[in-house]
Design a protein around this ligand. Structure first.
Ligand code: PLP
Length: 401
């Protein structure tokens, strides 16, 4: 491969991202390296994707093994890895059936289409309203951005899909005023709003939403693209609340770094999808689903999931120490290894994340004022301690202390 530079990124790629000022070249566990050989502690986990870190040997083996067997054959055939992964997901969740997509956004697109079609067939075409929440994020298809609760992602892309309304998150009264038996086909929510700023739904709210959906014959869709796959210490976050959705979407950690999404549903809903009603060329492909099977095997073990909260406690301890020293966080929130630290002074967000990179630790942002850490779920104690030592140095530069 010929040598390319960060400047070539701006020359050859469309400008929808503003990547760091280097080219990332390799990763191992929770560390990665740039093209100048500099090493970074990774608290971003590929945006909550690399659940077992970079290049986990068992994931690499699963990929290699499948690469020598069958990569892609189309959905005219079924393959062992897709069936096995679907069986794992069904046996460990509320769902009876799975549809595989290639991303979280696609999984949500499929969920929203399924919900609309379900309501159309069971109740008629008037029941098409989708209720979502302000500040939510569900992906980048036109349907997803319209359903998502952030206007900036749909401005200028209209005409947008219709009959979509929004309520304030954690405000049951507002939802009550919008939902109706005649019109509402589905309510979609993230159990913890991720991109919006790591804002957990209250237990009362989640239970109330379920009840309102039941009373109004509306489907409840949990978007667990970010909260799912062990991130909060349960396989899926809904399992903390004893509230089951009708449809759930998963992606990110499911593939541990390979592109895959899943939309899961109970039989009464899933049975609406008949041959030809929905589909994708690459969904269910054996390469992605075989990696998904290995990712599932590694993550869905009680010891592994329990350890997520042990690591999360260490993160929180470090955040508390940083706050004691710099008095910079208004609140540190989240569940498990989905942690957001809201800054008192949001104008410092960019400065802090850039200085973190300078010091060799990669942290993400969420919303306009939150530092987000969503590392690999198997991040080691040494990596956590080293990452926070670098984070501390970054804050000492920013605050001049
Ligand atoms: C909750 C949620 N839903 C959907 C998506 C979209 O997933 P993808 O980028 O894989 O399309 C994201 C991505 O950040 C997400 O956090």
């Amino acid at each position: 491969m010929s040598k390319v530079t960060r400047a070539d990124f701006d020359k050859y790629l469309m400008g929808v991202y503003c990547p760091a000022p280097f080219v990332a070249v390799k990763g191992s566990g929770s560390r990665f390296w740039d093209d100048a050989g500099k090493e970074y502690v990774d608290f971003g986990g590929g945006i909550a994707v690399n659940v077992v870190g970079h290049c986990h040997p068992e994931i690499v083996s699963a990929l290699e093994e499948q690469a020598h067997k069958l990569w892609h054959i189309s959905n005219y055939m079924c393959t062992e890895p897709a069936i096995t992964l679907a069986k794992h997901l069904v046996e460990s969740t509320f769902a009876d059936k799975v549809f595989f997509a290639n991303s979280g956004g696609e999984a949500n697109e499929a969920a929203l289409k399924l919900a609309r079609r379900y309501a159309f067939e069971k109740f008629g075409k008037e029941k098409s309203q989708i209720i979502s929440f302000y500040n939510s994020f569900h992906g980048r298809t036109l349907f997803d951005v319209t359903v998502g609760g952030q206007a900036k992602y749909c401005e200028g892309f209209g005409p947008l899909p219709g009959d979509i309304v929004h309520a304030d998150f954690n405000d049951l009264e507002q939802l009550k005023s919008l939902i109706s038996k005649e019109k509402t086909c589905a309510v979609i929510m993230e159990p913890i709003q991720g991109e919006g700023g790591i804002l957990p739904a209250t237990e009362e709210f989640i239970k109330g939403v379920r009840q309102l959906c039941d009373e109004n014959d509306a489907l409840l869709i949990f978007d667990e693209v970010q909260t799912g796959f062990g991130r909060t210490g349960c396989l899926y976050a809904y399992q903390h609340y004893q509230v089951e959705p009708d449809i759930l979407t998963s992606a990110k950690g499911l593939g541990a770094g390979i592109a895959i999404g899943a939309m899961m549903a109970k039989d009464k809903v899933a049975s609406i999808f008949k041959p030809g009603l929905h589909g994708t060329t690459f969904g269910s492909n054996p390469l992605a689903t075989s990696v998904g099977c290995k990712s599932f095997e590694l993550v869905n073990r009680p010891e592994f999931l329990k350890d997520v909260n042990v690591k999360a406690d260490l993160f929180r301890k470090h955040y508390a120490e940083l706050n004691a020293k710099y008095d910079c966080f208004k609140e540190v929130r989240g569940i498990g290894l989905m942690i957001g630290a809201e800054l008192k002074d949001e104008t410092l967000l960019k400065k802090i994340t850039s200085e973190c990179l300078n010091q060799g630790v990669f942290v993400l942002t969420a919303g306009h004022s939150v530092i987000r850490t969503v590392p690999a779920l198997n991040i080691t104690t040494d990596d956590i301690n080293e990452g926070f030592a670098r984070f501390d140095k970054a804050l000492s530069v920013v605050f001049g202390k």
